[in-house]
Design a protein. Structure first.
Ligand SMILES: Nc1nc2c(ncn2[C@@H]2O[C@H](COP(=O)(O)OP(=O)(O)OP(=O)(O)O)[C@@H](O)[C@H]2O)c(=O)[nH]1
Ligand SMILES: [Mg+2]
Length: 523
């Protein structure tokens, strides 16, 4: 039994924080019913045998211990109001615990390995705060029916679908679910918050289609072959791009292939556009990083930096959850296969080094904080760093091709198809959307084509809403606005709703906006 220096205050509160405890101290157990609150966080407890003797406990903090089996004695703590079990190794929670915790209002189970919730958790009638973030949950259905749930956190789990009925609960005011492979509702809907989720479900019916879509960004230096790749992939055949045909700003297009809708974003590689890229790089994406292999120089750090390093750094900063495919072009202009192989190898090795350095910097920073005199003061920062390390920019091996050769374009096309359909690489590919979301998107394009919206695509909110309302009498302004916000989040339109001077203007043709930015940058 380790020596313990628990501190007591007059209010029957016991503090045993960070004492390296492996079992509950006997002196606390002896005090039995007199104890009101116990803080045992940051110890080495694997179990809490005897805890049921503290039958008047209202608050129990067991966070940051080594508990892997849910302590069944907890169910005898009928007075418990707040329970912390976050940062342990819990995998399962048995049935029959929560119905007995009639007074429990606050439950923190974040950062464990829980894969399944007990079916009777919804019998914990007074629960108003529940944190389930950083676990492996695939289903929140057992939570349906919690009458007073107010705050619910389920970030970074394995949730693909959310139960509709959960959002019919009037009491719910806070809900966070980012970092899940969501398809129903898609992450971009959830990002809008509770109201967006509720509206999404109210518009969803049994006919709502499931679509697989992926935002594909073509990045790389000017003349690398981005537009050639983009246009050739669309045709599944080489399309020649003239030398003086530089992309101005950005070209956005859509193509359907093998049941997947690709949104192609072909960026200008010329330097004067670099300042504008961040405007359009928001969510996760599939990035095709084009590298002209013929002009790439091995053993020349500057060449690597300019053609590859610069882009990887930027992608890491702006879209850290992305998948990057390195595509080496112009192999026909390389001397032979050896040259191509050598360049491919060097690029892949350098990229790997970059990613490793990035990770070791984060680990180092984390260690510095953990080694401070009182690391619990920095636990929030440590958590943030841990979150950043979870974002693994995935960089796939380099595919070297000659863009003028039909079989090379086909090879790349098939390679992209296999990559995108790989569930591990793209867990978010499939999404279920109410039909009206697609219809509104198509309507905006039609309004543009018909000239009902001016050519540059700038339109006031009132005009757009009234045009859309004419076409969808079942959708009120609030619902239409939520759909427009979703389209903004996926990048189909731009709506700077938070900026007072711009909130009444919608940019339904983002490519025009970037040209404006370019002009600004040049002046
Ligand atoms: N021989 C050969 N030419 C290529 C290959 N890929 C691209 N090109 C040519 O290289 C030139 C530049 O290609 P683009 O696709 O326009 O380059 P980009 O990356 O879109 O350039 P920016 O729009 O300026 O950013 C064009 O003339 C293409 O025809 C290739 O694999 N082999
Ligand atoms: Mg181009």
């Amino acid at each position: 039994m380790p020596s313990v220096n628990g501190t007591r205050n007059g209010k029957n509160e016991e503090d045993f924080v960070g004492k390296k405890l492996r079992t509950l101290p006997t002196e606390i157990l002896q005090r039995g019913k007199d104890v009101d609150k116990v803080d045992l966080q940051r110890n080495r407890l694997k179990h809490v045998a005897g805890i049921s003797q503290l039958s008047n406990l209202t608050e129990l903090n067991l966070s940051r211990n080594e508990i892997s089996d849910f302590p069944s004695e907890i169910k005898d703590l009928h007075q418990l109001v707040r329970l912390y079990l976050n940062q342990n190794n819990l995998k399962t929670i048995p049935e029959d615990v929560f119905p007995s915790l009639e007074k429990l209002q606050f439950l923190k189970l974040s950062t464990n390995r829980i894969a399944k919730l007990p079916e009777d958790i919804n019998k914990c009638h007074n629960l108003s705060y529940l944190n389930l973030s950083n676990n492996c949950l695939t289903d929140l259905e057992p939570l349906v029916g919690l009458p007073y749930i107010k705050e619910l956190y389920a970030e970074r789990n394995q949730l693909a679908e959310l139960p509709y009925s959960l959002f019919e609960t009037k009491s719910l005011t806070q809900f966070k679910v980012n970092g899940n492979p969501l398809k129903k509702p898609p992450e971009e809907v959830c990002a809008g918050g509770l109201k967006d989720i509720q509206n999404y479900f109210s518009m969803l019916d049994s006919n709502s289609p499931s679509v697989r879509s992926v935002k594909t960004m073509f990045l790389g230096t000017s003349m690398a072959g981005k537009s050639t790749l983009c246009r050739s992939l669309k045709q599944a055949y080489p399309v020649s791009v003239a030398e003086d045909d530089r992309t101005v700003g950005i070209e956005i297009s859509e193509v359907e292939s093998d049941g997947v809708r690709f949104y192609f974003w072909d960026f200008a590689g010329q330097e004067e556009y670099y300042n504008t890229h961040h405007v359009f790089i928001t969510a996760e994406a599939f990035v095709i990083l084009a590298i002209d292999l013929s002009s790439y120089q091995t053993e020349n750090p500057q060449s690597f930096d300019e053609k590859v390093g610069f882009w990887i750094k930027n992608i890491h900063l702006k879209i850290p959850g992305s998948v990057v495919l390195l595509v080496g072009t112009h192999v026909d202009q390389c001397t032979d296969e050896n040259e191509v192989e050598e360049k491919k190898k060097e690029i892949e090795e350098n990229v790997e080094k970059m990613l490793k350095t990035h990770k070791s910097h984060l680990d180092q920073q984390k260690m510095n904080l953990q080694n401070k005199d009182n690391p619990s003061l920095y636990s929030d920062q440590i958590n943030q760093i841990e979150r950043l390390t979870e974002y693994n920019l995935k960089v796939l091996d380099l595919v070297a091709i000659d863009c003028t050769k039909p079989q090379d374009i086909r090879l790349l096309h098939d390679h992209i198809k296999n990559t995108v359909l790989n569930k591990e690489t793209f867990p978010n590919l499939e999404q279920t959307l109410p039909k009206c979301y697609h219809e509104v998107e198509a309507d905006i394009q039609e309004l543009l084509r018909n000239g009902d919206i001016s050519e540059h695509g700038i339109v006031t909110q009132d005009i757009l809403l009234s045009e859309l309302k004419n076409r969808h009498d079942t959708l009120n302004h609030d619902k239409l606005k939520l759909i427009l916000q979703y389209l903004h989040r996926i990048g189909v339109i731009m709506w700077y709703k938070e900026i007072p001077a711009l909130k009444n203007s919608l940019f339904v043709k983002p490519s025009f906006l970037i040209t404006l930015f370019k002009d600004n940058c040049e002046t």
